[in-house]
Ligand binder design. Structure first.
Ligand code: THG
Length: 280
């Protein structure tokens, strides 16, 4: 199954059978003081450069998140989506839990962006899905509901089914919905990663859809987060995750290595191209 995304000049397919999609995560002010300040001060050069650098580092798609506490997200997301959409060629992933911010930003995104995200709460399904239909784009569905992120695998499978079923009712095909089963920190629940890996396998087997994951949560509160993130990324891809929100500066080569080891990189071409990019 594949999901077509379009940027200003590039089309990208998120493909369950193909190499993994790298969604670059660094355009997100969470834990990033310099970017928070740049967003607050309207420092467009800083934001533009971060977008361009992430694409150069190997990103297929750029996540755009402007969630600085206290900021007017509705007007800021719109202007940053426009800025980034003009600065790069690749598709955008518009990352906000704020419906009004998504609604205001979508008309300014080039091509066919990915909306990040809808979840299984009624309020989210009923507001975000019509917006996705109206703009003819694709969406990430988080397996989360009124009670938060389910600890167990069965509930995540059920919520994935609920999101897919509701999308089809809004005339959005399953191929335009990418399910994200979410991962919690292993420092607070030592089975958190194992449960997410199982959820990935079950959701892929049951619905055949693309699976997105932001791997960084897994390592929260532990030393050497990079090693945990990198290892989890490979395990998640082996389990069936094919769309990864991650740091392209640190993890692009590792992701291409995983593609190669999973038999998704003929002649090692993409792995070697990424190596050359990083070692000119
Ligand atoms: N699923 C979906 N969307 C998501 C997530 C997900 N969007 C947000 C998040 N999770 C993915 N993005 C990030 C961005 C940054 C970090 C983690 C996840 C991060 N930042 C560093 C920190 O907090 O320590 C600081 C970065 C820096 O210093 O530059 O780790 O799961 N659908």
């Amino acid at each position: 199954m594949q999901t077509k995304l379009e940027g200003r000049l590039k089309t990208h397919f998120v493909n369950t059978e193909g190499p993994g999609t790298i969604i670059a995560e660094k355009l997100n002010p969470t834990g990033n003081k310099a970017l928070s300040v740049a967003l607050q001060n309207g420092d467009h050069d800083f934001v533009r450069q971060l977008a361009i650098d992430q694409v150069k580092a190997g990103a297929d798609v750029l996540d755009v998140n402007v969630g600085v506490p206290g900021i007017d997200e509705v007007s800021l997301l719109k202007s940053i989506v426009q800025l980034v959409g003009e600065a790069v060629e690749v598709p955008l992933c518009i990352d906000s839990p704020n419906f009004e911010a998504l609604e205001a930003a979508l008309p300014f995104a080039p091509g066919r962006p990915l909306v990040n995200s809808v979840n299984a709460e009624e309020a989210s399904l009923e507001r975000v899905l019509p917006l996705v239909k109206e703009h003819g784009c694709a969406v990430i569905g988080l397996t989360i509901d009124e009670k938060g992120i389910p600890k167990d695998v069965e509930t995540r499978l059920r919520l994935a089914g609920k999101i897919l079923e509701r999308a089809v009712r809004f005339d959005i095909p399953a191929e335009d919905v990418i399910i994200d089963p979410l991962v919690l920190a292993v420092s607070t629940d030592h089975e958190a990663a194992a449960k997410t890996l199982e959820a990935i396998r079950l959701i892929r087997a049951e619905f055949g859809v693309s699976i997105n994951l932001g791997a960084s949560n897994v390592s929260f509160g532990l030393p050497d987060r990079h090693t945990l993130n990198q290892t989890f990324l490979a395990l998640a891809m082996a389990a069936g995750a094919n769309c990864l929100i991650t740091d392209p500066f640190k993890l692009s080569l590792s992701l291409r290595a995983t593609d190669l080891l999973l038999g998704r990189d003929a002649f090692s071409a993409r792995y070697i191209a990424q190596f050359r990019l990083e070692n000119p």
